[in-house]
Design a binder for this molecule. Structure first.
Ligand code: HEM
Length: 365
């Protein structure tokens, strides 16, 4: 109870961290190029530039997706009963333990990419800060994604997360909602963080023999297409038994649907929120931004952290179109699951059915 009361207080404090609420008196940084309201933040400008150029290659691709996933897998490692430090960087510092957790499949590849940057800037940022900074910067690579706050000062992690705290794609919705619930997330917040993040995501490891299999038709756009694609008739990814290489089990060829996403979209506790995001870009962006900010503070004392949101680059405005149905599909193909609201009308893409291309891997040249 005390834990969730503390979290509620923290969430009430979140608007104080709002990027738009920054004080405005900026002074030149020692580099003579950048300026900051808080001079303690000056050291982060070169880190952000390095990440943007050399980790993300200025795109919403595999490396940006991996950095966002890392935010979650580090932060969720906390429980009021089992302990753990939350967004503390333990997934990096205690990787020999945490990478043995089944739910962290593929995080080894992400750490292979992000880890050298964490080490390079170890005198500037703790691992916990670095992971959250990389996640916030990754979002600024993805058109439509929010610009979220970044606060600095997370202490070094002291231990590995206990096992079993990261939700898995074959967990049922009761257990997923319970897991998020014990760290203060409502079912609506779960839908926002899971659906929003999976709009810029794909599977590198869980589909046998395939990498970069997108979760929706537009994996390099933070948009609401995933909320349509996941509701189309078609099957969830099971264990690979149903899919041959190159085949899709979903209604959208080339994509894969996590069972947990498919169930969240249809469960009575979450279906109406899921549907409510269809073509509501700014509603999704705001709810997702608040949810990820909340994740970034799990296990941390917000009042002890320094607001360096000013180093986060501008968001890229959403220029994509409305969410649509794939060629040949109609609203009859949507498994609308919210009994209290009609499913929004959607246009069908013209032309013959297409296959969504895989997401190029960060290691591809
Ligand atoms: C019920 C909760 C969740 C489950 C079960 C889940 C599960 C998964 C799985 C199985 C993958 C594919 C892993 C692979 O094969 O490489 C994945 C990818 C991803 N997830 Fe989640 N996830 C959840 C919530 C979240 C949240 C809250 C975030 C971020 C805030 C997130 C961000 C991502 C991203 C960005 C990817 C793509 C990574 C890449 O393309 O390299 N996920 N998720």
């Amino acid at each position: 109870m005390a834990f969730s009361r503390a979290l509620s207080a923290l969430v009430l404090a979140l608007p104080l961290l709002s990027v738009s609420a920054l004080r405005t008196k900026r002074a030149l940084c020692p580099d003579g190029v950048n300026s900051a309201v808080n001079q303690a933040c000056c050291a982060l400008f070169p880190v952000v530039a390095d990440l943007t150029e050399n980790l993300f290659d200025n795109e919403c691709g595999d490396a940006a997706h991996g950095a966002l996933r890392l935010v979650f897998h580090d932060a969720i490692g906390i429980s009021p009963t089992l302990g753990g430090g939350g967004a503390d960087g333990s997934i990096f510092t205690f990787s020999t333990t945490e990478l043995t957790f089944h739910a962290n499949i593929g995080i080894d590849d992400v750490l292979d990419q992000v880890g050298p940057f964490i080490t390079k800037y170890a005198d500037v940022l703790s691992p916990g800060d670095f992971i959250q900074l990389a996640g916030a910067v990754s979002l600024t690579q993805c058109p439509g994604a929010p610009r979220i706050p970044f606060v600095m000062g997370r202490p070094q992690p002291i231990a590995a997360s206990p096992p079993g705290l990261v939700p898995e794609p074959f967990d049922n919705i009761t257990s997923i909602l319970q897991r998020f619930g014990e760290v203060g997330f409502s079912p609506a917040e779960v839908v926002a963080v899971v659906g929003g993040s999976h709009s810029v995501a794909g599977a590198d490891d869980i589909v046998p023999n395939q990498q970069g299999v997108p979760f929706d038709q537009t994996p390099s756009l933070f948009d609401t297409q995933i909320f349509v694609d996941v509701l189309l008739r078609g099957t969830n990814f099971t264990d690979g038994q149903g899919a041959q290489q190159g085949e899709s089990e979903t209604a959208v060829a080339g994509t894969v649907r996590l069972q947990s996403d498919g169930l969240l979209a249809r469960d009575p506790r979450t279906a109406c929120t899921w549907q409510s995001f269809v073509n509501q870009q700014s509603q999704l962006s705001t709810a997702f931004g608040q949810g990820v900010t909340k994740l970034s503070l799990l296990g941390q004392t917000a009042s002890k952290l320094v607001d360096c949101s000013e180093v986060i680059p501008k968001a890229i405005a959403f220029t994509g179109g409305a969410a649509t149905l794939p060629p040949g599909q109609t609203l009859q193909d949507i498994q609308a699951s919210c009994p209290t609201a009609a499913f929004p009308k959607l246009a069908t893409q013209p032309g013959p059915a297409t296959t969504v291309s895989p997401i190029p891997q960060a290691t591809d040249s």
